[in-house]
Design a protein around this ligand. Structure first.
Ligand code: HEC
Ligand code: HEC
Ligand code: HEC
Ligand code: HEC
Length: 211
């Protein structure tokens, strides 16, 4: 039998893919066997006290990324090519029987385990995958501020730029970095060869694109 270069390539590609698949399966089994308390990424990043205080204030709620699109069309469209936007779909495709498991959803959906966040595909389909608010936290306060600011800016006057309003906004990069690490734990850390570089790429509408 002739074992040509094409077959050889197929063989190596095949073994590489199955090795990656096996590695995922091992991590999935470890995750399923994990008895530690399930803490939402937002709570991990903020710490329990700050998280409880923010939630008790009743100020924050998730809006879904369709709202963000109204003013950030470039980011919304750019993110359609980012893996985070497919994190629930990937979970469903790779491991359908676990697609409703709260342990998996904690890191593969937006705001799972947080009041007003993702609950299930039936109840909250608009919060599937890791959307804008999966990293930045609930967006309603930000939107309210931006709308108020826009209505202040009358013709001939320039409305000032207002920032803040997010629990994990760009005014708090340290917290935003903690958000990354609360999902990208040592078990789920394949994403990073260079964390700083990966982080910085999210300053752009299309992550991974050259600056
Ligand atoms: C009514 C318009 C409007 C909507 C809706 C809106 N934004 Fe903004 N956003 C702005 C403006 C204006 C700025 C400030 C200048 C800029 O970056 O364009 C801003 C800035 C930001 C920033 C950087 C500053 C900071 O505070 O961290 C982030 C992150 C952000 N928006 C995310 C979002 C997300 C996520 C949503 C959806 C939940 C959203 N925005 C919805 C208008 C809006
Ligand atoms: C602590 C957060 C976290 C939890 C919990 C988690 N995942 Fe993930 N998962 C990730 C991250 C982050 C990645 C991206 C790969 C990486 O960085 O290692 C990922 C990647 C994956 C992939 C590979 C997707 C691809 O692109 O090939 C599969 C499959 C997967 N997860 C399934 C699951 C299942 C099933 C569960 C529940 C048993 C689960 N995950 C729980 C964070 C998590
Ligand atoms: C994977 C996490 C993640 C997701 C998902 C995400 N962002 Fe961000 N975003 C970041 C990081 C990190 C920064 C850079 C923060 C800094 O400057 O330190 C950022 C910065 C921004 C900025 C400010 C850019 C500037 O000019 O400095 C805006 C606006 C923004 N994001 C909007 C969005 C919107 C809208 C979405 C959804 C369509 C979104 N982000 C989804 C992590 C994320
Ligand atoms: C809510 C959980 C969560 C947060 C927060 C989060 N990620 Fe992820 N990240 C994931 C999951 C899950 C995947 C895998 C998605 C898939 O393969 O479909 C992923 C994938 C990635 C990948 C691509 C990995 C690959 O193998 O292609 C990079 C890079 C990445 N994340 C960087 C970041 C950075 C930087 C931040 C913080 C600004 C961040 N992530 C915040 C859960 C998260």
């Amino acid at each position: 039998m002739k074992f040509g270069i094409f077959n050889l390539t197929l063989f190596f590609v095949g073994s590489f893919l199955s090795a990656v698949g096996i590695a995922d399966e091992v991590r999935i089994q470890q995750e399923l066997a994990d008895q530690s308390e399930l803490i939402p990424p937002l709570q991990q990043a903020l710490g329990k006290d700050a998280f409880d205080e923010a939630m008790a204030s009743g100020k924050y709620s998730y809006t879904g990324n369709a709202k963000c699109r109204l003013c950030h069309r470039d980011f919304f469209l750019g993110r359609k090519e980012d893996v985070h936007d497919y994190a629930y779909k990937k979970l469903l495709n790779a491991s359908a029987k676990n697609a409703e498991n709260p342990r998996c959803l904690n890191c593969h959906a937006t705001g799972a385990g947080v009041k007003g966040g993702f609950q299930s595909m039936e109840k909250t389909p608009r919060l599937a995958n890791i959307q804008c608010e999966g990293c930045h936290g609930p967006g309603n306060v930000h939107i309210k501020r931006q709308l108020a600011n826009m209505s202040v800016g009358k013709v001939g006057t320039k409305s000032k730029i207002v920032l803040g309003g997010f629990l994990a906004g760009t005014d708090n990069p340290a917290l935003l970095k903690k958000m990354c690490h609360s999902c990208h734990t040592p078990r789920w850390n394949r994403a990073f060869i260079d964390f700083g570089k990966a982080y910085d790429s999210y300053k752009r509408a299309k992550p991974g694109e050259a600056p």
